[in-house]
Design a protein around this ligand. Structure first.
Ligand code: 13P
Length: 243
């Protein structure tokens, strides 16, 4: 399975950064699929700058309805119009800061798929949940209730305590969780569950990427901080195994 290296810019980046960044990431190795998810306001500019390249563009959230009186929200068809093909949904920062429940994430994913976007559904346990031995249960529950019935997207496993902290789980824990997620996807979707990329996210950096990306059932990375520097994202992409 071709690995996906996805950059989540979160609420970083300025218009002035787009030209140099997009110019640089076009040098990405061909054995991975690269995807950049900038803030909404930069999507259109990224789309223009990436035209003709194989680098995909994604947003970081969408509303669950295609239009309506929702001040400050963005609908999935608007993202598609701006050039996005993907959308990150249920990131732990959305779940925590905006009170997004699994049901909300599922409704957004349905809206995304209806608009022709590929949802990237984020799941992951908090540190206290891992320490209590509940990580598997938490992630299975998130998957069961966040994925739409006809899910055709990507899953990102992002342990909350590894995001932006420089800490990563033990390799055995990443392997075990990705196996759990794969089993849940197959139980839910049958053979289709086998071909879904399961990304790892949380403090992926050039110096740990080769180790993390080589683990079984890791289908790529969702990269926050390190994706802001083109050279770091390229180094992470170069570290992806060819398989
Ligand atoms: P960091 O790579 O900065 O830890 O962020 C991970 C993340 O939240 C990606 O969605």
């Amino acid at each position: 399975m071709r690995q996906i290296i996805a950059g989540n810019w979160k609420m970083y980046g300025r218009l002035a950064d787009v030209a140099a960044y997009t110019g640089a990431i076009k040098a990405a190795p061909a054995h991975v699929s690269l995807l950049i998810c900038p803030p909404f306001i930069l999507l259109d500019r990224f789309a223009t700058a990436l035209k003709g390249s194989s680098i995909a563009l994604g947003a970081q959230d969408c509303h669950a309805t295609p239009d309506g009186a929702h001040t400050g929200d963005i609908a999935a068809p608007m993202l598609a119009e701006a050039g996005a093909t993907h959308v990150i949904l249920g990131h732990s920062e959305r779940r925590e800061n905006h009170g997004e429940t699994n049901a909300v994430v599922k409704a957004k994913a349905e809206a995304a798929q209806t608009a022709g976007l590929i949802p990237i559904i984020c799941v992951g346990e908090a540190e206290a949940e891992r320490n209590a031995g509940e990580a598997g249960h938490v992630v299975r529950t998130q998957l069961a209730h966040s994925l739409p019935e006809n899910f055709t997207g990507i899953v990102a496993y992002e342990p909350v305590w590894a995001i932006g902290t420089g800490r990563t789980p033990a390799e055995a824990d990443v392997t075990a969780m990705h196996a759990e997620i794969r089993a849940a996807l197959i139980a839910r979707l049958g053979a289709d569950g086998q071909s879904i990329n399961i990304l790892y996210g949380g403090s992926v950096k050039p110096d740990n990427a080769a180790r993390l990306l080589a683990l079984p059932e890791v289908g790529g990375a969702l990269v926050g901080g390190a994706s802001l520097k083109a050279e770091d994202l390229l180094a992470i992409a170069a570290a992806a195994p060819r398989r």
